[in-house]
Ligand binder design. Structure first.
Ligand SMILES: Cc1cc2nc3c(=O)[nH]c(=O)nc-3n(C[C@H](O)[C@H](O)[C@H](O)COP(=O)(O)OP(=O)(O)OC[C@H]3O[C@@H](n4cnc5c(N)ncnc54)[C@H](O)[C@@H]3O)c2cc1C
Length: 537
């Protein structure tokens, strides 16, 4: 059971092959050419480098929690506690390389089922102990940091043992899962019934269904299958105020949709123990392909037309010029002068790569192809689509290698309506460039809607060895200010609020919105033990 920080960071992303985790030599050459000489970063520190304070969990709470879950599922060892001290943002990863004070929980408690989750909450309320729900721990916004708030002690409630498919209703196409089921397990369990969920975020391999619901996650195939909140038909929460079940019908007019309060509540209103999701038959045929368009404006215009005509592929993802150039360069071979000449001869001087992943739906694909041809798209065929599909989970694994090299690498995301997308793109790109000097800033649209789209930025720049935290915090603040200035975009399209985005929430939902959230919190969690400090609550 003993687990170290290092294992949590690396082993859960362990790829099927070493190829996925390492940076190929041509990528390292490209990075040093583009970013200049890099000063190798500090390695991941061993657990012994961290000062883990003694657990402050009161004896009476210890005994009561052990009575609920069994002594072996109440873990107090420094390794287990350190391993749940944070998520997987760049700053979280830095903290494990530059040891300082981490928000370490006083214990890790792993209940076996929804009933035990409720009893754990009851114990924590009785003893004034904070509770941080922990799914896959992939939060990139500080969502699982073990903050104490007003509580004397705080425990991380790990949902790892709630890993069952409870039931499948093939007639209604519904499945009930316990909240700790991870992405691949959900797909494996559903495949046995001929169904798929179709929710594949980049953190798929490690994140859980409860985490997806608690953060309103969006997967790579969101254009076809919807965001996770679109899939959720019902939820069961354990709350300090009691058990709360929502969602009895596919649609309802019984007052405001209270499921929407649970979705995105980030563990502040209750612990999701079960999630009922819509499922779909497994696709009989998948086809991934790539096309290029000339310039990001033209490319996003084409995606807008696809969205507004109901022709989006299940996976629709279009990269800007910078991301296209980098991904083609890193694949090797594609940036040959011959390819550039080939594209230029067809009117594409600023290639922007559009990946289309079709799960069946041949008639829509034919119409989409015609629309794209009319927009000047040049096909790169299936090879480009398959290459993207093959490497779509490599990014998280390669972050460790980039950090080892001394690179500052982070992502941020936002969304807005089509008419303001170009303005938002310019504002965020400029903010990142102004605050970081001469970084590589790349962007793609990965989630498109009839009325707008998300923008997902990736930044690469040499890490400032003297102020690695301040360097990114300044850049992130500049980007956040640019996004929210004048209500240009949302502070988060799918990464959620956690602690990092909490300062921006009021500007997005208003004073009344913040008061509504606080009132909901008082109703379900009157003593404020649930996930202190998240969502600004
Ligand atoms: C490399 C990488 C790539 C990513 N890609 C994507 C992506 O493509 N799309 C996307 O949407 N997100 C992405 N994320 C963000 C993250 O994976 C999502 O926020 C995910 O939904 C979190 O799931 P989790 O199980 O890891 O939750 P955790 O990180 O464990 O928790 C997230 C938040 O939800 C709360 N929570 C977790 N489980 C429960 C529960 N059962 N009940 C109540 N509250 C709970 C936690 O307290 C925390 O506040 C990515 C993250 C990383 C590190």
């Amino acid at each position: 059971m003993t687990e170290t920080v290092d294992q949590r960071l690396r082993s859960a992303w362990t790829p099927a092959s070493a190829e996925a985790a390492a940076l190929p030599p041509h990528a390292v050459r490209w990075l040093t050419r583009r970013l200049g000489p890099l000063e190798p970063g500090a390695p991941v520190a061993p657990d012994t480098a961290f000062a883990v304070p003694d657990s402050r969990l009161p004896d009476a709470a210890r005994t009561a929690l052990a009575d609920v879950v069994g002594a072996s599922y109440l873990r107090l060892g420094p390794g287990e506690r350190l391993g749940r001290a944070g998520g997987l943002s760049y700053v979280d990863l830095l903290r494990r390389r530059y040891p300082g004070v981490l928000p370490v929980p006083d214990a890790v408690v792993s209940p076996a089922d929804p009933g035990e989750v409720q009893r754990v909450l009851d114990v924590c309320v009785a003893h004034g102990v904070g509770v941080v729900p922990f799914g896959g721990g992939t939060s990139v916004v500080g969502g699982v940091a073990a903050l104490r708030g007003e509580c004397e002690a705080v425990v991380t409630l790990d949902l790892e043992r709630l890993d069952r498919l409870v039931s499948v209703d093939p007639v209604s196409r519904l499945a009930v899962f316990e909240a700790g089921v991870r992405g691949p397990d959900a797909e494996r369990l559903l495949a046995a019934h001929g169904f798929t969920l179709g929710h594949v975020p980049q953190s798929f391999e490690r994140a859980t269904l409860g985490g997806f619901a608690a953060t309103r996650s969006a997967g790579q195939a969101s254009s076809g299958y919807g965001r996770f909140e679109d899939m959720v038909q019902g939820v069961h929460l354990a709350t300090p105020a009691g058990s709360w079940r929502l969602g009895v019908a596919p649609a309802s007019a019984a007052g405001p949709d209270l499921r929407a309060l649970a979705l995105g509540s980030e563990g502040t209103l209750g612990v999701l123990t079960e999630v009922t999701v819509r499922v779909r038959p497994l696709p009989t045929r998948e086809r991934y392909e790539g096309v290029v368009l000339d310039g990001f404006q033209r490319a996003t215009d084409a995606v807008r037309l696809l969205a507004q005509q109901g022709l989006l592929a299940d996976v629709t993802r279009v990269s800007d010029e910078s991301e296209t150039a980098v991904s083609l360069a890193l694949k090797g071979g594609f940036t040959t002068a011959a390819l550039r000449r080939y594209l230029a001869a067809r009117g594409v001087r600023e290639p922007c790569l559009l990946i289309l992943g079709w799960h069946g739906r041949a008639p829509q694909r034919r119409r989409a192809r015609a629309l794209l041809r009319a927009a000047g798209a040049v096909s790169l065929g299936r090879a480009a689509g398959q290459a993207w599909r093959h490497g779509r989970f490599h990014g998280p694994r390669q972050r460790d290698a980039l950090l080892d090299l001394g690179v500052c690498v982070e992502t941020l995301e936002t969304a807005t309506h089509w008419s303001r997308l170009g303005e938002l793109y310019e504002a965020v790109s400029t903010a990142l460039r102004d605050s970081l000097g001469d970084p590589v800033v790349m962007c793609h649209v990965s989630h498109a809607y009839e009325t707008g789209a998300s923008l997902y930025f990736t930044v690469l720049t040499p890490r400032d060895p003297h102020d690695p935290f301040g360097q990114w915090e300044r850049a992130k603040r500049a980007a956040g200010d640019a996004i929210t200035e004048g209500g240009l975009g949302t502070i988060t399209h799918h990464h959620a609020v956690g602690t990092d985005h909490a300062p921006y929430l009021r500007s997005e939902v208003g004073d009344v919105g913040v008061a509504v959230l606080a009132a909901a919190k008082r109703a379900t969690d009157p003593t404020g033990v649930l996930n202190p400090g998240k969502l600004g609550l």
